[in-house]
Design a protein around this ligand. Structure first.
Ligand SMILES: *[C@@H]1O[C@H](CO)[C@@H](O)[C@H](O)[C@H]1NC(C)=O
Ligand SMILES: *[C@@H]1O[C@H](CO)[C@@H](O)[C@H](O)[C@H]1NC(C)=O
Length: 386
C-alpha cells in the first residue's frame, strides 16, 4: 500500500515536472543566431506543418518583409534591425508556443595577434583583437606550441584579449607557434604566428623619470630614472637606455644612448627654456626598444631676474617673473627670448596663462604660481591704497 502511494506520488511529481518544463520552454526565450544578409527561418516550437500560427516581435506585429509557411516565419535578407524577441501563438486560441531571441551577426575573421616579452626571461604575453565587429558574442581559443609541445596558457586577469605563457627554457632556438581562433555561433577563424624568443623582447618604459635643474647651471638638467619594475632580472639581463629631450618650443629631439646607466646630465640646454624629456629601454642584446616613458618637463636653473624698475610693485612681482616669462618666450621663439614690456603687461592681466602645463618643478615653482595667482589681487589692493 505504502509502495503504491509512493509510486503514485512519483508519477504525479514527474508529470508536474514535465509540464513545468514544457511550459518553461515556451516562456523562456531560446537564442537563434543568423548571418547578416541571409534569409532566416524561425520554427514555432515543434508544431506540425499544417499548424496555423501568428508571430509578434517585441510584442508587436512583424513589420519587416516576411513570409509565413505554417508554423514557420521566414525573414529575407536580415540585418541588425531584425534583432528582437519573436513569439509565436497558435491559432485559433492564441496560446504562446515558442519564444525566440534572434541575434544577427557575422562570423569572425582572422584575429590580429601580437606577442611580446616585457618580462624576459620569465615569459611573454600575446594579445589579439578583431578588426571587424561581429555583433554576437565571440570567444577566443589560444594554443601555443614550442618544440612540438603544447604550452600552458594563462588568461590575463585584467585584459580580456590577452594571455600569458612562461618560457619553458631560455636561449631556445625553436620557434614559438601561437594559434588564436576566434569562435562565435556563426563560425570561426584562426591566425597563427611564429616567432623566435629573441625577436619579441620589448621592455616596458623606464619608470620614475625625473629631471631637475642644477643650481648655478643655466644649461644643465639632471635626468634620472629607474629600470622598468616588470623587468625581472636586471643584473643578468641588463638594459640600455635611450634619452630624448627638446625644448617645448622646438620640434627636433636630441638623443643620447646610454648603456647600463640610469642617469644623465644634459649639458646643452637652452637657458630658461622648458624642456620635455623621455627615456626608452632595451635589452642590451636582443629585442626592440620600449615605448617612451611618460614625458617629464623641467626648466634649467635661472638666475633671479633683476627687479623691474617700478615703484609700485613689491616682492610678488619678482616671484611672478619666475614663472611667467617662459610662456611669453614660447611665443617668441628662442631668439626673441629677451624680456620686454609685454612681460610686464601680462602681469597685470588677471587671466592665468593657459599654456602653462603642469611643470615638474621644485616647490619654488609652485609657490611662484601661487603668487602669480594672487598677484592681481595684491596688485588691486595696492592700487586701492595708492
Ligand atoms: C526589439 O527590441 C530590441 C531591444 O529593444 C531592439 O534592439 C530591436 O531593434 C527591436 N526589434 C524590432 C524588430 O523592432
Ligand atoms: C589553430 O587552431 C584551430 C582550432 O583549434 C585549428 O582548427 C587550426 O587548424 C589551427 N591552425 C593551425 C595552423 O595550427
Amino acid at each position: 500500500m505504502a509502495n503504491l502511494v509512493t509510486s503514485l506520488c512519483c508519477v504525479v511529481l514527474a508529470a508536474v515536472v514535465v509540464a513545468y518544463a514544457q511550459r518553461r520552454s515556451q516562456l523562456v526565450a531560446r537564442n537563434q543566431y543568423e548571418r547578416m544578409g541571409s534569409d532566416v527561418t524561425m520554427q514555432c516550437g515543434s508544431l506540425d506543418n499544417d499548424a496555423s500560427v501568428s508571430w509578434k516581435v517585441n510584442g508587436t506585429d512583424v513589420k519587416a518583409q516576411h513570409r509565413l509557411e505554417g508554423p514557420r516565419l521566414i525573414l529575407t535578407q536580415v540585418n541588425l534591425g531584425h534583432n528582437g524577441l519573436y513569439s509565436c501563438f497558435q491559432n485559433p486560441h492564441g496560446e504562446r508556443r515558442d519564444t525566440i531571441l534572434l541575434h544577427i551577426g557575422i562570423p569572425p575573421r582572422e584575429p590580429t595577434v601580437t606577442c611580446r616579452s616585457n618580462t624576459y626571461p620569465k615569459g611573454f604575453y600575446c594579445s589579439w583583437h578583431q578588426l571587424h565587429a561581429t555583433y554576437v558574442p565571440t570567444t577566443f581559443e589560444v594554443d601555443v606550441q614550442h618544440n612540438q609541445r603544447s604550452l600552458e596558457v594563462q588568461k590575463d586577469s585584467v585584459h580580456k584579449n590577452r594571455c600569458h605563457v612562461r618560457f619553458p627554457e631560455v636561449f631556445s632556438s625553436f620557434p614559438y607557434k601561437v594559434n588564436v581562433t576566434a569562435v562565435n555561433a556563426l563560425g570561426k577563424a584562426s591566425t597563427t604566428i611564429s616567432f623566435e624568443e629573441s625577436t619579441i623582447v620589448k621592455p616596458d618604459p623606464p619608470e620614475r623619470v625625473t629631471a631637475t635643474p642644477i643650481r648655478l647651471n643655466p644649461r644643465r638638467l639632471e635626468v634620472s630614472w629607474q629600470s622598468p619594475s616588470t623587468w625581472p632580472d636586471i643584473d643578468n639581463f641588463p638594459l640600455k637606455y635611450f634619452l630624448r629631450y627638446r625644448p617645448l618650443i622646438r620640434d627636433q629631439w636630441q638623443h643620447v644612448e646610454l648603456s647600463d646607466s640610469t642617469s644623465h646630465t644634459i649639458t646643452d640646454a637652452y637657458a630658461g627654456k622648458e624642456y620635455i624629456i623621455q627615456v626608452a629601454a632595451k635589452d642590451t642584446e636582443i629585442g626592440t626598444w620600449s615605448d617612451w616613458s611618460v614625458a617629464v618637463h623641467a626648466t634649467p636653473w635661472i638666475e633671479d631676474p633683476l627687479p623691474i624698475t617700478s615703484t609700485t610693485e613689491g616682492d610678488f612681482s619678482t616671484a611672478s617673473d619666475l614663472s611667467e616669462p617662459i610662456d611669453d618666450d614660447q611665443e617668441k621663439g628662442l631668439e626673441g627670448a629677451s624680456r620686454d614690456n609685454t612681460a610686464t603687461e601680462t602681469k597685470t592681466s588677471p587671466i592665468p596663462s593657459s599654456n602653462a602645463p603642469q611643470k615638474a618643478e621644485p616647490p619654488v615653482g609652485r609657490a611662484a604660481k601661487l603668487l602669480t595667482f594672487f598677484s592681481p589681487l595684491l596688485l588691486g589692493m595696492l592700487l586701492l591704497f595708492m
